[in-house]
Design a protein around this ligand. Structure first.
Ligand SMILES: [Ca+2]
Ligand SMILES: [Ca+2]
Ligand SMILES: [Ca+2]
Ligand SMILES: [Ca+2]
Length: 381
């Protein structure tokens, strides 16, 4: 029997190595802020055809897209969208609840975007926290028609859904912790006829921006809180209980920069809590004890560029600041993209009722901010 030992040992070793290869890269313990955690700006491969002539200069060197990724998904597929709208830009000028940081007037653009995308669930950031989330829901209802939309919010994060939004008992229980740590969270009650018995739980987040030590520490704390709450949600007792195998989404503006190690992002994926004294033991967030998956949407689903934010004349490179993370043990990702209307063909723009400038902060060429991220999911039975 002795000769079985080396074989089984080798098998275990290979298994451990294979599992290790599937895990997200842990945060570096040394200060190496130059290592990007995500491809920020992949150049187009050589031999890529040049963009065809357009009325305006193309913002990207990739070919114009026909927008096939925008096509409505089949029944039973959930389309989720995350968008940092830039402070209250989607509300009318002169609205008394507009945030003091509001610099752009983009209501028509936003309405065209959501009408083209037809999301089932949205996670918005940079909505004034004073605003009644009902106003945001009414904007969606007016834009898309159908049954009235539902909403819940926390701080500047707002969750919107075609389907009922259950926030009582499902909001993150971080009170009385600082307001900075609040993120919107809700269980969306999906219609059983289309999706079966399961619903979807989502955390709509906006992480602290900027690169100071306090900012980085707060981002880490926000991630620790979310992992703590997801651990609570997956186990009976405490403040939140979810039915087993409820699909989980953590999405929003994570402010992941390639100029800091973005350890908060590793925490969100792997469940490695930094402050375990305060927020409890590490807890891999997926139902099967594994990490969450990153949808990794690319610009117009071309697989060439992965940034979700860029700024004209900025010293910062375009980056994937925004993410859609999901529990891949119970969800299959069918389609995902970052919409860049400036990269759509004239035919695609006409087909979906969009204008080339719709994702721009204003009509100035190349004046971007955040772009909308979209992912289509199917629940694994
Ligand atoms: Ca349901
Ligand atoms: Ca619980
Ligand atoms: Ca830890
Ligand atoms: Ca997983």
């Amino acid at each position: 029997m002795n000769h079985f030992l080396p074989k089984s040992f080798l098998f275990v070793l290979l298994l451990v190595l294979a599992l290790a290869a599937c895990q997200p890269v842990p945060p570096s313990s040394t200060a190496e802020p130059t290592v990007p955690v995500f491809p920020t700006d992949t150049p187009a491969p050589t031999g890529t055809p040049a963009p065809t002539a357009t009325r305006r200069p193309s913002a990207t060197p990739v070919p114009l897209s026909e927008g096939e990724f925008l096509a409505a998904p089949d029944a039973g597929v959930l389309r989720v969208m995350s968008y940092n709208i830039n402070w209250d830009s989607i509300f009318p000028e002169g609205d008394r609840e507009n945030h003091e940081f509001r610099i752009a007037d983009r209501q028509d653009e936003f309405i065209r975007l959501v009408a083209a995308i037809q999301p089932d669930v949205l996670c918005l950031q940079e909505v004034n926290s004073r605003r009644d989330t009902r106003q945001v829901a009414d904007l969606l209802t007016a834009a898309l028609g159908g049954t009235p939309w539902n909403a819940t919010g926390a701080r500047d994060n707002v969750i919107l859904s075609r389907y009922p939004v259950l926030s009582d008992g499902y909001a993150l229980g971080v009170v009385p912790l600082p307001l900075d740590l609040l993120q919107a969270a809700a269980l969306v009650d999906l219609p059983d006829a289309e999706f079966g018995s399961r619903d979807v739980y989502l955390v709509c987040s906006h992480f602290k921006s900027s690169g100071g030590a306090d900012d980085i520490a707060l981002r880490q704390r926000q991630a620790d809180v979310i992992i703590h709450e997801l651990a609570d949600a997956r186990t009976p007792g405490d403040s939140i209980d979810l039915p087993d195998l409820t699909p989980l989404l953590v999405l929003g503006d994570f402010n992941i920069y390639d100029t800091d190690p973005a350890a908060h992002f590793d925490t969100l994926l792997s469940g490695d809590i930094a402050d375990e004294n305060r927020y409890g033991s590490d807890s891999p967030p997926d139902w099967d004890g594994t990490a969450l998956a990153d949808a990794m949407p690319s610009l117009n689903a071309q697989g060439l560029k992965f940034y979700t934010w860029r700024e004209f004349n900025s010293s910062f490179r375009p980056g994937a600041l925004d993410r859609i993370l999901y529990s891949d043990s119970v969800l299959t990702l069918l389609n995902t993209f970052v919409l860049d209307t400036t990269g759509l063909s004239p035919q695609a723009l006409a087909q979906y009722g969009l204008l080339a400038e719709d994702v721009l902060l204003d009509d100035m060429p190349n004046n971007y901010d955040h772009l909308p991220l979209i992912a289509d999911f199917q629940i694994i039975p």
